[in-house]
Design a protein around this ligand. Structure first.
Ligand code: PAF
Length: 171
């Protein structure tokens, strides 16, 4: 398992992977914010056979935290996360710094359909799904750029998030 920080490093690592660096080969991708538990690892195991190289990301996305939610105290458990990912068969961990995904203040944001994103959790956390969609679109373009597609796996525990992302991808 290798760890990469920047988008060019990620793309080079995917291209160099023996199973993936050829036409028609596609990544399977599990995005996370780290602090991994058994549910995340189940997603990694589920994703494993769905692609030719397995990429997991660890990125605590400031954009999906509301002003009163504490971004700084979100648990960061890097060593333990890497050990779990490696044991689950992950090939590449993409762990960008904020400056890699947000090199300047993010003034363009992806606006999800309010009918899906402004209800339930989105009602109580305004802007949350905008932050999620904006980072997921960036992660998808980083991971799937060369292959033009692939498979991303999201948990059903965050069911509304799954529906929002699925609709975003359909559109
Ligand atoms: O579900 C999460 O952990 C996050 O919302 C995600 C999809 C990794 C985006 O930051």
């Amino acid at each position: 398992m290798i760890t990469v920080r920047t988008i060019p490093e990620l793309r080079a690592a995917i291209a160099a992977h023996p199973g993936a660096g050829r036409p028609g080969k596609r990544p399977a991708f599990v995005p996370t914010m780290g602090n991994l538990h058994d549910g995340h690892i189940a997603l990694v195991r589920q994703a494993r056979p769905l692609g030719d190289v397995l990429v997991a990301s660890i990125f605590v996305n400031r954009l999906q935290f509301l002003p009163h939610e504490d971004f700084d105290s979100y648990p960061r458990t890097w060593e333990a996360d890497c050990a779990k990912l490696e044991a689950a068969g992950c090939d590449i961990v993409f762990a960008p710094r904020e400056s890699d995904l947000y090199p300047e203040p993010q003034t363009f944001k992806l606006q999800p359909d309010p009918q899906l994103a402004d209800i339930l959790e989105g009602h109580f956390r305004p802007g949350f799904f905008m932050g999620v969609c904006t980072v997921v679109m960036k992660l998808f373009s980083a991971v799937f750029f060369a292959s033009g597609g692939g498979t991303a796996v999201f948990g059903k525990k965050d069911y509304q998030q799954l529906m929002v992302i699925r609709r975003m991808v359909q559109q």
